[in-house]
Structure formats: structure tokens, C-alpha cells
Write a protein of this length. Sequence first.
Lengths: 234, 402
Amino acid sequence: MRLASGLRWIGCGDPSGSDPRPHLTFRVLVGIHAALAKGYGLRIVIIDDSGARATVLGEGLREAGYDDIHVVPPRGAFVARLERMAPDVVLMDLGNPSRDTLEEMLAVSRALAKPIAMFVDQSDDSMIAAAIDAGISAYVVDGLRKERVKPILALAIRRFNAFARMQADLEEARTQLADRKTIDRAKAILMAQRGLSEPDAYALLRTSAMNQGKKMVDVAAALITASDLLGGTP
Amino acid sequence: MTPIRIAFLGLTDAAVLVAAREKGFARAEGLTLDLVKDTSWATLRDRLVYGQVQAAHMLAPLAVAVTLGLSQQPCALSAPYKLNVNGNLLVMAPTFAAALEPDVVARLCDPLATAHDFANAIGLHHRKPVIGVVHRFSSHALILRYFLAEAGIDPDRDVVLRILPPSLMVEAMRAGEIDGFTAGEPWGSAAIEAGLAEAVAVGERLWQRGVEKVLGLRTDWMEANPETVDALLRALTKAAIWCDDPANRAELARLLAHPAYVDQPAALIERALTGRIVARQGEVPVDLPDFLLFAREATPFPWQSQALWIYSQLVRWRMIEAGDDARARAAAVFRPDVYRRALAGSDAPMPGASMKVEGALASPLAIGAPRGAIILGPDRFFDGRAFDPDRIEDYLAGFAVP
């Protein structure tokens, strides 16, 4: 049934108050509170054990006006905790091995009377493709209007992609730093052994790399290895 | 070269896919295989259903369940090729197994007696045992339920079945979250090697030729790309023969051990490949030559009677209501017609029939085939029942309702 605020009763008991499970009543009260406060009334649970990604996603959702957001790490009896929370939307990393455990809970849960279906709208293939590419799986209480869920998924896709880019940039920066250190060491060896100036040592490394069709860092690493083997300066 | 992306889980029975790629069988057929490793069946299923991959290393019951709309987005899937037969272990913590037959050879070779011992062990255990199972729609789950129910154990009441992906089982044992589990190799052996568990039952002794992983394809993609499908099946057939050859087992174990595939020690992986299973840490291996089959006895042939056996179990455990439509759709997931078309020009064994009575053979039998004869191995169920695909209702009526 639907309450006046547009909230659905989540649970299989009688909403008039005879339900013996207090968490359901609690859920409705919290839901009404959220609906009054922000007009959304959607409880979103992010299942994630990477603190950073969950933070990035949670912040994005809060900025967009959703304020009933919880992060649950997928460990131990996390499904029991999730079941008690009775979420409307569950977001989870596609690569998380606990997805099968979550889906089993969704299949057998007695607290969640309505089946939860993955994704927003099965006819919207481009959004589903974007979600899979971004590495997101989303579970939504069945019957939730798609226009209410789409913005959440769109935001999650953007945030997941941004997070992945951030990680990639960080990785690239790390690699660049390591490469530069290797090249600097090779330059130092050339300067010491061949009496070259720094620009000449650099130019020699670059020319050798071009002639051999290799990356400069690889030539530099080979030079360092050779120098070490020959007992050169460290 | 035609690229094909195939999703798989890090299990020993992904061997045929790995060999097809690493030993050049795919390339020889003009295919480039891109193997995508996943850690959950849900993600593997989504990649296949939403078209991120063209094929998947799939639990046979999951392919049936997705087609019948029982596992998230309904999608017509087809299995024209079985990637293996058998290969699973049920392992339990030593404290629980202490109440079972102590001689592990006797324990493994007489599963009916072990099932009854298991029922007693539940009574002696300090609480309901929690058993890790890889997926509700897995052959592991269906066979475990069958095994328990035979001794009067209600799998939904007397034990807790906890769904966990295979790669998390050993850690869950270590953390005491589960008392045992059933999974594909090498995960049972990994738990035994760590001293966390001992073998209680082997799949091969519960159903001697048990359906396990299939090559899952989306039916629409399969029908739109017949030449690619045929080339893939030819490549897999050659890879399966290579995998079954005892001379190649050590190399196969090394290939699978790579971090991109199973990411476990080769010595552990080799146990399932050779059928020399260490049932308890530090003990002499038990010889189980039919532990895991890839090619012999026409293993890859998708008998529709096996899809129907899966359907019968879904009905038995009330995961679906019996119905002519569901039964027909379940049977149609297995596609012997595609297998025959793809391998028509090869010397692959080709049964003439598409169905057989499952569990009727106590000893090897030669059957007639368009090209020569095929030897079918013994395929009995541990309780001696046979499954006649034409008499599913009678078969189901023979089981006591738990």
C-alpha cells in the first residue's frame, strides 16, 4: 500500500500497527521524516569496503539533496544489517564478490515483501550499459518510479567514473615519478662515467631509446642494471 | 580474427577456456579470446545478459534460471556445450566431521551412509551447521539438498545454507562464519590444505556424471552468429581433449595457477585434474579417476535430459512451479542441435539421441552413434534412483516431501 506522502510500506505485515517487528515501524517513521525534510524519502545504502569511493559517492548524493544514505561494508553478517535497514536503493560495486550473497538475501528476505530488481528500467539499455561500464550494480525496490531512480543511478555512474579516473591519474603520477627517478639515476651514471653534462646525458639516453625503438625509462633501467653488474657507482 | 569476450570465475573447471586461449586452439579457428575474470556469478550473469561479453563459464542451473526469469533480468540463454562434468567437493570443519566415519575412503565411497552420519552430526553439533554454497542456482546447491534430504534432513530447516562466492569460502571458514562448504575446485582442496576442513563428499560419488559448468550464450547472439559459434565450439573441443590428456595435466595446472586465472598454487589445482584428492590434511590422496571430466565419453554434449533434471530439482525445492511451458523452456536451454551442427565435420563423438535416462548406467556402456560408438561412463545417483525425462512427475513423487 502507499502512504499519503507517496511512501510505500515495505514489509509484509499490516501497516496499522499490529506488526510485531519494530524495525518496520521505525523504517516508516524515518522515511516520513526524510520525506518531510527533503521531499525525497529514499533510503540509499552503498555497499562498499573502499572508504574513498563510498565517500565520493555519498557526498555526491548528499549534494544532490538525498540525506538518508548509509554505507555498509560487505563483511560478516552484512546482509542482516541491510535487511533491517530496508533500503529503497542499494548501490554496489560490480566487482564485489559479495553480490551473490546480497542477491540471495533479496530472494529470500521476508522483511522486504516486494522483490528488488536490478537497475532502473530494463528498457533503458544505454543507462544499463553505462552502469556496467562504470562498474556499478544497483538494486531498486520494485515499483519505484524510474524517474525517481534514474537521477541516482546517473549520479552514481558519474561519481564512479570520476573515482576511477582519479585512481588512474594517481597511478599515472606514481609511475611518472618512478620513471623520472630511474632516468635521473641513469643520467647521473652517464655524467660520472662519461663526463657528460646533464643535457648531453639526457640527449644520449633519448637518442639510444629512439634508435632501439624503446621507451627512455627502459633504456635507463637497462643502463642501471648493467652499471650495477659491472660494479659501477650506485 | 574474430574477437570473443568470455566471462569466467577463477575455478579449475574454467580449464577448457584457458587452454583454448593459451594453447592456440582458438587462434587456429580464427578467434581471439578475451577472458574476463569475475568474482561473483551475479556479475558474470549481468555481463552476459547485458552484452558486455558474448559467452560465459556458467553454472548450468543458473543458465536455466536466467532463462526462466528466476534470477534478475530474464533473458533467453543457450548452452550448446558443456565445459566439464563433476569436479566439486563438500568439505566440513574437522570438529563437525569428527562425528562422521573416520576412514575417509569409506566415507567418500559410501555417500548414502555418510548422509545418515551427517544427520547425526547435526544433532551433535552445538548449533545448526552453516554450510557455504556458491549460488542458489548451482549444481552444488541442488546436489547438496538432494544429499541432505536423502537422510531426512530438511535443507531449509535443519541447516543454514549461506551463499558465498567460491573465492571467499576459505576465509569464511577461517573466520568461523561457516562450518563447511561445497564449491568447485581448487577451493575445497585449499581449505583442506590449510587444515580448516576435510572432505565429506565428492560430487562424482553423488552423481557419477553430474552436470556442472556450461558455455552460456545469449540465444539471440548465438542465432545471429552461427559461424563464430561453430568456430568456438570446434576450438573448445580441441582444448578439452588437450585438457583430458594426462600428459598435459602439469602444464594445465601451471597455466591455471596464473594470477589472471585461478591464482592458487599449481600443486593444489593438479589434485582435481589428476583425481588424486587429499581428503584430510597430510594424508595419502584418495584416487578418484572420474573426479573431473572435460572431453572423454562425449562430456561436452548437452543432453537435454540433464537440463530437465535441473528443472525437476527447481520444482522439487519449490523454486519454480511445475508447468509444461517452464519445462519446455528449461529443456531448450541445452542445444544439442547447435553442438551437432558445429562439430559435424570433426571427429568429435556425436550421440544420435538428445535425451537419455539419467542415472541408469551402473557400468560403462557403448551406445550407437552416427560415427562409430561412444562409451558412456557409469552415471548413477548415490541413492540408485534414475531420472526418466519423460516421467518427471513420477520421479518427483518418489521423494518424500521434507
